[in-house]
Design a protein around this ligand. Structure first.
Ligand SMILES: Nc1ncnc2c1ncn2[C@@H]1O[C@H](COP(=O)(O)OP(=O)(O)OP(=O)(O)O)[C@@H](O)[C@H]1O
Length: 245
């Protein structure tokens, strides 16, 4: 095994993964720099979710290597990978994945509660993020009483509350209206940049990808393009957030 470059928080080499013979990834190599917002784009079925699952340790690729902070993830057992995901990564899916029995703040505090952080400290951290996402007043509500856009803000708050090294966001705004989509993404990227959190964002939406620092394009399980975005986009992503992050 060759050690990855020092400034890559995530580094993957020659990832191959297929589902019953049908290819998901066909030799993808990728480095994600510490603190960057990286968009992975491409049409539906090109392998974005499979790539994020491999990079985050949810899926072990059939071939290839994944490293996090120079530690091999592909050789870890399930328990170590689970611990890595719980302690160092955040995940935002297209559909908010919330626990229906828990209130808004309990859902947002879950990463800290699972790590054994005190109830009080977890609630304080979660509440701060909920307020920054403009849903502080909903802290005691249960998910089923809220709008989809409010539930997705809880998912974003939960990802940030855990102070992760990396947030993986898989089409996080796919179910939202245009205005809400842009605002939520800007809030996420601004918060990540100000807290030094790396973001790997899968999207088929060019407008969403434009908020990233760099865009990697995929086609049929392969990486086909790599574009660093100009400073203007970066500036927009940093400054246009209306929330106090
Ligand atoms: N669990 C699975 N079982 C079988 N085939 C799968 C599975 N997951 C993904 N695939 C297939 O692997 C390929 C890549 O899928 P993947 O979900 O990674 O792409 P994607 O770019 O994220 O697509 P989408 O935007 O629709 O989520 C597709 O052809 C898909 O049908």
């Amino acid at each position: 095994m060759v050690a990855p470059p020092d400034n890559d928080v995530i580094w993957a080499r020659s990832l191959h993964h297929s589902y019953n013979g049908s290819p998901g990834l066909s030799g993808v190599s990728l480095g994600v720099r510490d603190g960057e917002v990286l968009a992975v784009t491409g049409r539906r079925g090109c392998g974005k979710t499979t790539l994020l699952n491999c990079l985050s340790g949810q899926l072990v690729p059939q071939q290839g290597e994944v490293w996090f902070n120079s530690v091999p993830v592909h050789t870890m057992g399930p328990r170590l990978r689970e611990q890595l995901r719980r302690d160092r990564f955040g995940w935002i899916a297209a559909e908010p994945q919330l626990v229906p029995e828990l209130s808004t703040w309990e859902n947002a505090a879950l990463p800290l509660l699972l790590r054994g952080v005190s109830h009080r400290a977890a609630k304080k951290a979660a509440t701060e993020w909920l307020e920054r996402l403009d849903i502080g007043p909903l802290a005691r509500k249960r998910p089923h009483t809220l709008l989809q856009s409010q539930r997705q803000r809880i998912s974003v708050a939960r990802a940030l509350t855990g102070s992760p090294s990396v947030i993986f966001a898989d089409e996080p705004t796919a179910t939202l209206h245009h205005t809400e989509r842009t605002q939520l993404l800007r809030t996420l990227t601004t918060a990540a940049r100000s807290h030094g959190i790396t973001v790997v964002l899968a999207t088929h939406d060019a407008e969403v990808a434009a908020l990233a620092d760099r865009v990697v394009g995929m086609l049929d399980g392969r990486r086909v393009t790599n574009v660093s975005l100009p400073a203007a986009s970066d500036t927009e992503g940093r400054s246009a957030c209306s929330l106090s992050v």
